[in-house]
Design a protein around this ligand. Structure first.
Ligand code: NAP
Length: 286
């Protein structure tokens, strides 16, 4: 499915129930932490939305609510055109705690519903309690879908064994060219179970862009290292990438990655520089 937005054709991936979400969204970690008004961050998010990157990823953790407040300003007046994702802290993820945390997030975001609500990482609270809360939030219309983040394969298998666990709509994990461990087991598992993988830190918070192999290929290709790193992710099924960009030039640059199709020889060159895993590895987190 394609839709022409801002000069670039956005692509979509289906959630397990078939609802399409954009393959390229907007991260917010680090936003809302400074004492400044954050108007520049709001403008960057609004630019991203204008360009068709209509998925915003945030969390109660980011700036302790500050990022949700900025995301709320960015979506004001255009809520229906946005797929809004937020996350609950594991220590809040009890049955009552999840519901209360969601209500606080909704207030900061200035909306009556989240499109996707994720357990940020696995903590001490039994999964059944969080799943129970997710079910109650869905019944009351406060969330439309629920999911998890930083769940390894063993966690996914356990989740699937719990009541409501197989209703999980996404798993958000660290994934980029330099962090390919999930290709051994988690990515195939999610593909088989039709669960989108939301790749966070898709350019390793900028560090990936300093890798020479990426720079060399980008130069030859007439693209930037960030575009190459994002295009590589976007070509992988069932991956959705959520780069964070506070600068407008970065937002535009990232969006243009949608136009970059990598050839077989280019993918092979990237495999040599950033080898896929040859054995199972523990899931990495940032
Ligand atoms: P990232 O998106 O890999 O990198 C963000 C950094 O890269 C920012 O410093 C940004 O700078 C810079 N940047 C963006 N586009 C660029 C470009 N085209 N060229 C050069 N630099 C560029 O890292 P991230 O923020 O950690 O991850 C993305 C999002 O994933 C987060 O914001 C958050 O929403 C989510 N996340 C989730 C988890 C989780 O546990 N679930 C963990 C980490 C992140 P400027 O801001 O100056 O433009």
């Amino acid at each position: 499915m394609q839709e022409f937005a801002g000069g670039v054709a956005m692509r979509y991936r289906p959630l397990p129930d078939g609802e399409p979400i954009p393959v390229l969204g907007l991260g917010t970690w680090g936003m809302g932490e400074a004492r400044s008004s954050g108007d520049d961050m709001v403008a960057a998010l609004r630019l991203g939305l204008d360009l068709g990157m209509t998925l915003i990823d945030t969390a109660e953790m980011y700036g302790e609510g500050g990022a949700e407040q900025l995301a709320g300003k960015a979506i004001a007046g255009r809520r229906d055109g946005v797929f809004l994702v937020s996350k609950v802290y594991p220590h809040n993820a009890t049955r009552a705690g999840t519901i209360a945390a969601c209500e606080r997030s909704l207030k900061r975001l200035g909306t009556d519903r989240l499109d996707l609500y994720l357990l940020h990482w696995r903590g001490e609270v039994p999964l059944d309690e969080t799943l129970d809360a997710f079910a109650a939030l869905r019944r009351s219309g406060k969330i439309r879908h629920y999911g998890v983040s930083n769940f390894a394969v063993a966690d996914m298998v356990e989740l699937w064994s719990r009541p409501g666990g197989d209703g999980t709509a996404a798993n958000q994990v660290l994934y980029n060219l330099g962090r390919r461990g999930i290709e051994w087991d988690l990515l195939p598992w999610c593909r088989e179970h039709r669960v989108p993988v939301m790749a966070y830190s898709p350019i390793e918070q900028g560090r990936l862009l300093r890798r020479r192999a990426l720079g060399d290929l980008a130069r030859r290709r007439g693209a930037t290292p960030a575009q190459l790193a994002l295009a590589w992710l976007l070509a992988r099924d069932p991956v959705v990438a959520i780069p964070k960009a506070g600068r407008p030039e970065h937002v535009r640059e990232n969006c243009a990655a949608l136009d970059l199709a990598l050839t077989g020889p280019e993918l092979a060159e990237l495999d040599r520089a950033f080898p896929p895993p040859h054995r199972a590895r523990p899931l990495e987190m940032l």
